[in-house]
Design a protein around this ligand. Sequence first.
Ligand code: ADP
Length: 595
Amino acid sequence: MKKFLKGLLSVLMVISFTACAKTNDSSEAEGLYKAGTYTGSAQGNNGEVKVEVILSSDKIESVKVTEHKETAGISDAAIAEIPTAIVENQSLNVDTVAGATNTSNAILDAVKAALTEAGVDIETLMKGGNGAVVSVTLEDQTYDVVVLGAGGAGLSAAIEAKAAGASVIVIEKMPYAGGNTLLSYAELACPNNWLQKEQGIEDSVEQFAKEMWEGGGSLAKKELVDIIANNATDAAEWLRDEIGVEYQDYLVWEGGHSVARAVEPIELGPGMINPLMDYAKSHGIEVLLNTKAEEFVVDNNGRVIGVKVSQGDQTATISATNGVVLATGGFGANVEMREKYNTRWETLDESVKTTNSPAIVGDGIIMAEKIGANLIGMEHIQLYPFNNPITGVFYGIEAPSWSGEGLIYVNKDGNRFVNEVGMRDERAEGILAQGGTVYAIYNQAVADRLNLEEKFADEYARCLEDGVFYKADTLEEVAEHFGINGENLVETMKKYNEGITNNTDEFGRVTSMVTMEEGPWFILEGVVSVHHTMGGVEINENAQVLDIEGNIIPGLYAAGEVTGGIHGNNRVGTCAIADITVFGRIAGRSAAASK
Ligand code: ADP
């Protein structure tokens, strides 16, 4: 998957709640409750979640989230659905919203705190209700094109299929759209883009194709890589001009690219998914949330003609007259599949965290394999090298490693061990060879040039509290904080600066040639996490799915991380958004044109 929105899915939540009664206007009244307005709070992912609960003498009249810092997009469904479910069920026994468990629990705990203050017997309230948070009554339906998964690939496919005149429905199993795309920075590599032209950066389609292909160990299907290289800039302009994605005025430079060539939405992943969703809905595309694709419906000729879906206990068949587009993402959050296919890393069991959405468990790959689709490159699983050890998600505050800036990684001995701005797989290998936990260090000048302290103020504060980040005036102090050999660290930084100045970096660094002379110094602790699964369903140039004999499976198209053969054994940073947008659009057009 794309480089994810560092710090987004922080999974650690220490529950502490507080409550107070704002008003308690009829404390003398007889009844189930003491009528009044009560407030409570609990710790969510990014800070306190505060609620207001209004009780009448016999009912929970309303529950409102009044304040929170939860991540937009991911937490929206929990914030909308949990309070409604509590009131509808008159119970605290409501399901948490999948993918937003921490936020759901924080709301529930805040409500419990408020109700405790009101003298309510929480145990009793926990027993009532059916716990269901259901959005629609499912029924059999028919569309020209049925898209499975509302991530970047699925929404791009849906929009293009609709533009080609097809009726379109998108089936999404989560209560919100976006998948891993939402969690990513949505940076899109595209040669000769508008920012490169403004900045006088020379680039070419061929150079991009070569770097993407070679970055994947020259193992990908070259014709698919060429399609991405040829169409990436058009895709970025489509997102900008047609869909309304707003881009930063700077370029992102990930390891594996010889020049800075990726554009980044101002609002990162949500800045891509929200405009795509708005566009889809305003152009007459149905998006059915909370609904899981279970299996394909195939006719006697082997053509895919629909999909069976479920929502809780309900099931239905959604038929496709033209085609089904599979865009359900990879399998980074499926530990069993990781273990089954991994051949490269010592282990990918649950001890290795993931940057992925919990929804990304390979559903579409399993469904496609069942009807004979060929799977390729399944053993190629990418580890994102440097992530928050508590959450497993990457840091926004590690931005110097993809911004053409300075940053070094050191081990406990205070020594460097790898090119910190090189390929992800080499960096991950280097980090694992140090025992798995390493440290990233940069200085104030680097932070200032990237405006990090303003941009990531919350993340710095959270990480400081969690003990995974520290800042101090001297290298010795930051070293001491994490038990690193300080003397060596000073020597390491000296050597690094010399290497950069003389263009003789000991780890072969040739980009991000930035020296770091003076403090204050920033230090982060990091571990590897499962990030992108390069393997998946094999497709051809038209995004048609191929079977194990290389024949086209009629009626079935696929795009995005669910596909294999595009990124070889290592997906170069910022190439995933190019892939999902280019092939999403192709899949949508192909499906619409098919009969
Ligand atoms: P890509 O980058 O390829 O677009 P994403 O991870 O962004 O992939 O999106 C994949 C989407 O597919 C996610 O929103 C995920 O919740 C959804 N999804 C995964 N499995 C299913 C399924 N069985 N049915 C419906 N949607 C699914």
